[in-house]
Design a binder for this molecule. Structure first.
Ligand code: BJW
Ligand code: ZN
Length: 251
């Protein structure tokens, strides 16, 4: 099917849907300058993410792990939401029903929601963050949370108990927060349309969120540069950059 037929079909699905959920991944932030995980030139390149982003890697060599997160925070400090984040934020601010579920830890959906809401409430466009937020630290021992600080000579420690801090993100093998996951599934189960944007759809349980919409009888639109394991389940697969496709789809 031609690209223009696909986008028209997808626009019709969006127009007919009563409740929409969007599951996003690193690809939506690529045009903001945030490296992805698994593409050429991505964050991991010569590493396997399943080996580097683990609690074991953090326990073995916390300095190296911290330096990598500190570098990523410095990259993020120079990044801003792009037209893809903004189109999603405007869409959910305008219609409310359902919302954004993201695997990203970069905070760019939140920034887009706040900026697009202006003086109004941003809540309808604030994301459910499945994998946490890299802009926060969490104590390894007492779970207290702190805003991120630049890495110094000593590893960062908890203000209340002295335990080692770590970024407040979900590493491989760690469980996702139960309440957060329940909110994501509740949005997906009750949606009649799921937009899957910029994710390789290989990391679970996030990759199963769109299946909840499908199992409830809803449709799936995929926005990605390439095919993924979810493509064959997609009602429409739109091939292109999220920052261009989403404004055309939702605007
Ligand atoms: C564009 C674009 C543009 C580029 N426009 N598109 C079932 C089967 C097998 C294994 C498991 C299973 N269930 C659970 C597991 C284990 C594991 C897992 O899924 N492993 C698989 C890899 C096999 N899952 C877990 O461990 C999870 N925990 C868990 O399940 O707990 C229970 C348990 C405990 C003990 C044992 C087993 C289970 C936790 C997963 C946490 C993932 N964490 C990370 C790091 C977060 C912190 C950090 O950032 O440092 O999350 S890994 C990394 O991958 C990050 C991402 O959120 C996540 C997903 O990546 P994403 O977003 O899809 O990015 P990419 O780079 O992969 O893809 C980019 C895409 O964009 C590509 O498709 C491009 O084409 C596209 N693109 N530019 C549009 N402009
Ligand atoms: Zn503590």
């Amino acid at each position: 099917m031609s690209a223009s037929v696909d986008i028209e079909r997808a626009r019709r699905l969006v127009g007919e849907a009563r409740r929409v959920v969007a599951l996003t991944g690193a690809g939506i932030s690529a045009e903001s300058g945030v490296p992805t995980f698994r593409d050429a030139g991505g964050l991991w390149r010569n590493y396997r993410p399943e080996e580097l982003a683990t609690p074991q890697a953090f326990a073995r060599d916390p300095r190296t792990a911290w330096e990598w997160y500190d570098w990523r925070r410095s990259v993020l400090a120079g990044c801003a939401p792009n037209p893809g984040h903004r189109a999603l934020a405007r869409f959910f601010l305008a219609r409310g029903a359902a919302g954004v579920v993201t695997q990203n830890v970069d905070g760019l959906h939140t920034r887009a929601a706040v900026e697009e809401a202006g003086n109004g409430p941003p809540e309808a466009a604030l994301p459910v963050e499945l994998h946490g937020a890299v802009g926060r630290d969490r104590c390894n021992r007492c779970e207290a949370r702190f805003p991120a600080e630049p890495l110094g000579d000593a590893l960062p420690r908890c203000d209340s108990c002295g335990g080692l801090r770590r970024p407040d993100v979900v590493l491989f093998g760690e469980s996702l927060d139960g309440d957060v996951l329940a909110r994501a599934y509740s949005l997906a189960e009750r949606a009649d349309l799921c937009l899957v944007v910029g994710t390789s759809a290989v990391v679970y349980p996030a990759a199963a969120v769109p299946l909840a919409t499908l199992e409830a009888g809803g449709s799936l639109i995929e926005v990605n540069l390439e095919d993924t394991p979810l493509t064959r389940s997609a009602t429409v697969a739109l091939r292109g950059a999220a920052g261009e496709v989403l404004p055309a789809l939702l605007g």
